[in-house]
Design a protein around this ligand. Sequence first.
Ligand code: GTP
Length: 299
Amino acid sequence: MKKIQLYIISGFLGSGKTTLLVQLIKQWQDQKVAILMNEYGGFNVDSKILGDAVPSHELLNGCICCDLKSDVEVQLHDMKHRYQPDIIIIEATGVAHPVEIYDACSAPSLTEILDIQAVVTLVDGPRFLDRGKLSVMTKRLMEEQVQYAHIVLLNKCDLLDEQEVGRLQSDITAINQRAELIMTTYSQVDAVQLAASGAAFEAGPHSHHGIQSLVYTFTGPVNSRRFVDWLRSMPSSILRVKGFIKFQENPEQVVLFQYAYGIPQYEPEAMNLPLKLVIIGEALDKSRLLDQLDQLQFG
Ligand SMILES: Nc1nc2c(ncn2[C@@H]2O[C@H](COP(=O)(O)OP(=O)(O)OP(=O)(O)O)[C@@H](O)[C@H]2O)c(=O)[nH]1
């Protein structure tokens, strides 16, 4: 089954995300594209700009990365059934954190239908230069949007002089050396550049490229003590682990497991779901993780 290609567009308020969306839709006219938009207020201005040509769903009244996380999973499944798109583009609110969005799109049930191609972060050049004047929280969010991107578009280059472009390039590279950095004006970029980068994450020599995920399927219950030991051994580059698991103490019970910021959560699950675990992190050592999980399962 062909998976849907998913692009996540991140970037601070007014950085050019909708402008990019419009560009991409034009370039992908021969593909079936669907859009999932997230607007913080109750009314989505951007979807009105896009019109009816491309099916779009909206997540309103909240942020994709906080209160609407579970809605993302439902919406993405719904979009697949309704439109069978080749590509889904998610435009997050300007205040969303890319790790949380990536997390929302990596629910175990989604890994079978979606391929996350890229987290593309738009940087508003002049605003980013002046970020020191913003609150610590806002500055940190803007920098984290850069830190976790696969591709950074340094946008609004028409409003920058050569020296400023140089300064921004070195700032952005200092925050994220792995991301591909592309200078843009009015978010103009060749969509192929985004797709090609997405494919390169897995295949190329630079496989430590940005945020990644790994899915592992357990065939049966595991030893809970060893599972906890394994979690404790996780490096800080592991940002999230989640999925469904069974433990040997109660081998019939499916447990929904979530791990974020070093804190695990276990909740009994009523349905008998596939025992898939999704691990999200930066520069994942995939073969080592697979070995460790095999050990947990078969060791
Ligand atoms: N001068 C200049 N203006 C730009 C550029 N890119 C976008 N803009 C303008 O910046 C404004 C914000 O662009 P949007 O694409 O709506 O930004 P956004 O990130 O979707 O904004 P939010 O949805 O509010 O977060 C619009 O008026 C755009 O026309 C650029 O490269 N140069």
